[in-house]
Structures are given as C-alpha cells and as structure tokens.
Design a protein around this ligand. Structure first.
Ligand code: NAD
Length: 487
C-alpha cells in the first residue's frame, strides 16, 4: 500500500501522520472508535504496522537533525501559529472529543483551550533554554553549561484528555528542538489528530511531529527499543508505566512518567462544610472522575463530617448525567465498557464488604457506559477501592480527629500525585504542606493543572514533571564545555 494514501485523515476516520502526511496502516488494519454514550461505532482508526513505525523513526531521526538547528525564536513562532489555529478550530475539535470520549462539550472546549495554552507557554519558555557560565579555577579557561535537545522522543498519551495530554508532550518536545513520535489514544484519536494537523498547517516541517495509533504494547516495544529514540514520555496507568520504565531502563533512556493518583482531600472544621462539599463534588465528577488528580479519598474532621457528607451526597445526586452534547449535561459516560465494569466491580466489592452508599452506587441502564455519581462511607480498610484508583465517579468519605491522623490516612497509599486541603488556619496549612506525601498540593482550591507549573507525582504515581520549566528541561540534556584559551 502506498505511503501517501489518504483514506484515513482526521476524525471520524483517523489515519497515521508520518513524515508530514496522512496515511493508512501499511497493512490497512483499523480498529473501531465507539461513542461511549451510545455504544455505537462512529469511526475507525488506523493500526500501525512495524513498517509504519520504521518510517516514523526514520522521519523523526532525519527531522531532528534539522529541527534542532532551527532558532528557538522560529520554533516558537510555529507553536504560536498552531495555538491560534487550535483556537480557531476549537468548536469542531471539542465536538470530536465529546463524541469520542463522552465528556460534556463545555469540558471539551476547556480542554482545547488548554492545548492552545500549552503550545503558547512552551513557545515562550522554549526561548529561554539558557545555559550558564561556571567560573573557572584558572585564568584563560571558560566553562560553559549548555542545554541541548535530547533527541527523538517516543510519547504515549491517554484517552481521558485525548487532546490536552498529547498537547503537553508535543509542545514541550517541539519547543525544545526535539522530534516526536506520539502514540495517541485509540479510544479517542480525533483530538491528537487535530493537533498534528494544526502544527503542520502552522509550518512545522515534515517528520518533526508524527502520530501513530495501534496495538500499544507492540508500538511501545518497537519504539522504545529503537536506537533512534532518546526519551520516553508516558501518561497512563501504574502497571503500564512500570513496564515501560523497565524497557526504557534496559535501553538507558530517560522517562517522564505521569501515572495514576488516588488524591486525598482534608477538610478541616474551620471551613464551611457545605460550600467545600459542593466544590469537591464539582472536581470529583469532572470528566466522570476519569482524571488522575480527581479528589477521591475525602477525610473530614469529625465535627463537620455529617454536614459535609450530607451536602456531598446531595451535590452528587443533583449532577445531570447524559450525552456530552446535550445542553445542561454535567457528566457523561465512562470511556468504555471495560472502565464501566472496572468501576462497578470496585463499588460492588466495597458495598459487599459493608460500605454505606450515600449517593449513586450503580450503573445507569441504557446502551451507553454510564455510572451514577457515587459517594461511599464506612468503607472497610480491605476494600480494593481504598487502594486502587477508581478512575471513575466514586468518592470515599471518612472522618478524622487530628491533623496528624488526617495526614496518616492521606499518606496510607502507594500513590502520590495530587492532594488537597481545605482550611484557613496557618498552622494547619504549614503542617499539611510539610506532611503530605504528594507531588502536588492544592489548598482551598483544585487548580493544579496550569501550563506554567510542574505537574507530576512521587511514589507509584511516577517521576518527572510535565509543565513548568521542569517540563521543558525534561526534553533537554546537559553538556559541559570547558575551553582553554589557545597558548
Ligand atoms: P490501561 O493500563 O489499559 O491503559 C492506560 C493507557 O496506557 C492507555 O492509554 C493505553 O493505550 C496505554 N497502554 C496500555 N498498554 C500500553 C503499552 N504496553 N505501551 C504503551 N501504552 C500502553 O488502563 P485503562 O483501563 O485504559 O485506563 C485506566 C487506568 O489508566 C486508570 O487506572 C488510570 O490509572 C490510568 N490512566 C491514567 C491517566 C493519567 O492521566 N495519569 C490517564 C488515563 C488512564
């Protein structure tokens, strides 16, 4: 099959974008894209064959040699034009995201805005990849530290934010002077396809950004073990992240791993429990809870526990669930039947062990993959939902008596991504800031994911950061040059 065939492009049928053009898979293989609100097939996505990946590797290698020579100012100009195109095309991109993954259109629009924001921020900050001069020990010697682009990147972005998670990786790689092969999410390919199209239309040279889909283990195995690839970036689950880290370690490649979370929220007795409960519910049920920083374990000081629990249950019960493209809908379906089954199993097990259902607790009937906004209390310690990220619309409530006890409960997990606390007291803020084991802490609000700040976790939640200057540095390597004035 010719490399230039263009049967599949962007949504509803999505192809591979390799070396500046769209193509079908070398063997013509596709998989179906399913609308999670109806269970109906709405499109197809190409499944890359080994030949496609080899073509992408060759393109990324060639393009890296050229792109790294392009001035940071000119790289920034391409990203800024792409950001403008993404904003112009936002309604269509958001409609595709909403149809493919089920989230309300308003949330999809916010996601698209975040993509443009990531492009703009990396464009600006990529111009400041400064090195430094280190004072030498002898006269006549100049010591320079340079930051150079690391090389072609293999990146893997997930389905829950099918565009903005891809945008973070594309933007940082491109701004730093790297080329990239991105494996986008097969469940919802249209968002990442729209981004690479915008980059190409903005003048990004062929081969700098390549997009593939297919069989995830086959693709990651092929790309990470190729000598062309110099860096790996993965956002997804803990088990897959660990296996990719092993593979990358075998080939001595640095990784950025943004894995799952099981975020605690500490609600102290000096806040308005009803107002905080409403804020927590809004954050919890965004994207049907399929958010790695979603608040899930809600620890509430005993004196305000009952009021908080009642208000949280009421807020959960009031959420309007439905198709993401229907006006007024606040929460869509889960992304797939597999996710629906996984969430149902966690809730059923907890209830079977004696948990109390404060709100929801069951799948909604019908053809799509809908699950009720759910709040559980009295969950026994051995229930899996305490230890496994539900990645769905499920929150667990528990009471605490002291700050030390709250921190013990919050830190009693293998995860360490996001965490939150609600209090106005300086002593509590200081104790929580010091004692919380997490990569991120939000105090009295939930806005952790901004382009200019480092985003990432500790413990099983991964290592490395996306966003902020740390996110860009991850796409560079340090070179030390010491020069003695010729005698
Ligand atoms: P999963 O483990 O099957 O897949 C997670 C992601 O990894 C998917 O995007 C998948 O395409 C990709 N993947 C799977 N195997 C791969 C491989 N060998 N090489 C490269 N990529 C591979 O999990 P799932 O059921 O699709 O999603 C649920 C879990 O994923 C949740 O528990 C959550 O922890 C995690 N997740 C996390 C984020 C995040 O933002 N950190 C996003 C999406 C999913």
């Amino acid at each position: 099959m010719s490399a230039n065939q263009r049967t599949l492009r962007a949504a509803p049928d999505t192809g591979l974008f390799i070396d500046g053009s769209w193509r079908d898979a070398d063997d013509g293989a596709v998989r179906e894209v399913v609308d999670p609100a109806s269970g109906q097939v709405t499109g197809r996505v190409a499944r890359a064959a080994a030949q496609d990946l080899d073509d992408a590797l060759a393109a990324a290698q060639r393009a890296f040699g050229q792109w790294r020579q392009v001035a940071a100012r000119d790289r920034a100009a391409v990203l800024r034009r792409a950001a403008a195109l993404v904003r112009e095309r936002a309604p269509a991109i958001a409609a595709t995201i909403s149809r493919e993954i089920g989230k309300p259109v308003a949330e999809a629009e916010q996601e698209v805005a975040n993509c443009a924001d990531a492009f703009d921020w990396c464009a600006e900050e990529g111009r400041r990849a400064y090195g430094r001069l280190v004072p030498a020990r002898q006269p006549g010697v100049t010591q320079t530290v340079l930051r150079e682009p690391v090389g072609p990147v293999a990146a893997f972005s997930p389905w829950n934010f099918p565009a903005s998670q891809a945008a973070k990786k594309l933007a940082a790689a491109i701004a730093s002077g790297c080329s990239i092969i991105l494996k986008g999410p097969e469940e919802a390919p249209g968002g990442s396809a729209a981004l690479v199209q915008a980059l190409a239309d903005a003048g990004l040279p062929a081969g700098v950004a390549n997009l593939v889909f297919g069989d995830p283990p086959m693709i990651s195995g092929h790309l990470i073990s190729s000598p062309v690839i110099r860096k790996v970036s993965f956002t997804g689950s803990v088990p897959v992240g660990k296996s990719l880290a092993e593979l990358a370690g075998r080939h001595m490649k640095p990784c950025t791993l943004e894995l799952g979370g099981h975020a605690p929220v500490l609600v102290f007795d000096d806040v308005d429990p009803e107002a905080v409960a409403r804020a927590v519910a809004a954050a919890k049920f965004r994207n049907a809870g399929q958010v790695c920083i979603a608040p899930t374990r809600l620890f509430v000081q005993r004196g305000v526990y009952e009021r908080f629990a009642a208000a949280f249950a009421q807020a959960a019960g009031a959420i309007i669930v439905g198709r993401g493209d229907q006006p007024g809908v606040q929460m869509g379906p889960l992304s797939s039947r597999r996710r629906l089954d996984a969430v149902r199993a966690l809730v059923d097990e907890a209830v079977g062990l004696g948990a109390t259902v404060l709100a929801g607790g069951a799948a909604l009937g019908g053809p799509g993959f809908f699950f009720q906004p759910t709040a559980l209390a009295d969950v026994p310690a051995r229930a899996r939902v305490w230890h496994e990220e539900p990645f769905g619309p499920v929150a667990i409530l528990d009471a605490f008596d002291s700050t030390a006890q709250a921190l013990d409960k919050a830190n009693d997990t293998a995860y360490g991504l996001a965490s939150y606390a609600f209090t106005g007291r300086a002593d509590r803020i200081a104790q929580v800031s010091e004692g919380m084991q997490a990569g991120m802490l939000g105090i009295n609000h939930f806005a952790l994911g901004v382009a200019e700040a480092p985003f990432g976790g500790i413990k099983d939640s991964g290592y490395g950061r996306e966003g902020g200057i740390e996110g860009l540095e991850a796409y560079t390597v340090t070179k030390f040059v010491t020069q003695r004035t010729a005698a």
